[in-house]
Design a protein. Structure first.
Length: 350
């Protein structure tokens, strides 16, 4: 069950005031990392994006704590769990922050589609526990779906789809969406670990799209109108699950998430500090991003189903971003044009 946080008491909705600062951070990360597109240097691209995000938060009056960071799996440059972002001035608002300066670092290194810069945040009342769940496993088994499927699940007992046979899952989703099973579109990552899943989907006659990287975009897609995607399935990064959960909370979709272990050594490592019950628990979005506050923003680096990538046009650069808030349910699509002769991107290492 989810943990309820106390409501935020303020005459001013500070999350609303600050939301554009978060999207400015992802914009600047995209602007800095695009120079590494196709150059085979994913760590240098990641470092450039991190420096741009630090640069925005270094002058922003918040008390932000990174509860979901990146760079854990491969020791790449990153912004790590426990780091403080913002000026941390007394009285400034507190935020739990989840981020991935580049989701799809391999893609940007190869010059292929589907890389974004992404940040999610939840404002915390004073004295409240963490507003975001840090899943201790490297990977999680995920199944993400949109609002119509979520409503249908709630009407029929709200049972998880994660352990149901594939044929039953696809029939349920098809009925919820008013489709035939053959018209249901599933996205998964092209990985050897998904061989069985892929075979099951194909044997059921549903449509399948495989991606090389970047499963935040894929998990969010079923909750976006006109995305052409109905389900995301697969085993992917646990930090990315929390980032996607923030977006789905804003959009009205949901996901089933459970820890997944790629080696027995890692299972034993997690078991040393985590109860068996939690290791087997199926989390929903409200378990991963708790309370009433959630915002999600992302900027495209290379083209993806979620966002067009950065476009260089002479001395101008165009970026496309998405910004959403759970409280209002507002989703903003931001198309910005940046004049490189005048724009200054603050960088921590500058």
């Amino acid at each position: 069950m989810s943990t309820d946080l106390p409501p935020l008491r303020s005459p001013l909705d500070l999350e609303r005031v600050l939301e554009f600062e978060f999207v400015r951070a992802t914009e600047n990360a995209a602007l800095q990392s695009i120079h590494w597109l196709g150059r085979g240097e994913k760590e240098l691209a990641d470092a450039a994006a991190c420096s741009a995000i630090y640069g925005v938060f270094d002058i922003l009056d918040i008390r932000g704590e990174v509860v979901i960071g990146e760079g854990i799996k491969d020791n790449a440059p990153g912004i790590f769990v426990g780091e403080h972002l913002g000026t941390w001035k007394n009285g400034s608002p507190r935020f739990d922050i989840a981020l991935d300066p580049i989701d799809g670092t391999t893609n940007i290194a190869k010059g292929t589609p589907n890389s974004i810069s992404v940040i999610a945040a939840a404002q915390k009342p004073e004295g409240a526990p963490s507003a975001m769940k840090n899943i201790p496993s490297f990977y999680s088994h995920k199944l993400a779906y949109g609002p119509a499927v979520k409503r249908s699940l709630q009407e029929k007992g709200d049972q998880s789809l994660l352990d149901r046979p594939m044929k039953e899952v696809l029939a349920f989703v098809a009925e919820a969406l008013g489709k035939n099973v053959r018209d249901v579109v599933i996205v998964t990552m092209d990985r050897p670990r998904h061989a069985g899943l892929i075979e099951e989907v194909r044997s059921c006659g549903a449509a399948l799209r495989m991606i090389t990287d970047g499963d935040i975009t894929a998990a969010v897609a079923p909750s976006l109108p006109d995305s052409g995607v109905d389900l995301y399935m697969g085993m992917g990064g646990s930090p990315e699950a929390v980032l996607a959960a923030a977006a789905l909370k804003c959009l009205g979709g949901d996901m089933d998430v459970r820890m997944w272990f790629h080696t027995e050594e890692h299972r034993a490592e997690v078991a040393a500090t985590t109860s068996r019950e939690e290791m087997e628990q199926i989390f929903r979005c409200d378990d991963l991003v708790m309370g009433e506050s959630a915002l999600f923003c992302a900027t495209g680096i290379s083209d993806s189903p979620l966002l067009p990538g950065v476009k260089l046009i002479g001395h101008r650069v165009e970026t496309h971003s998405i910004l959403m808030r759970a409280r209002s349910g507002t989703v903003r699509h931001i198309h910005a044009s940046h004049d490189l002769t005048r724009k200054v991107v603050p960088l921590r290492d500058a």
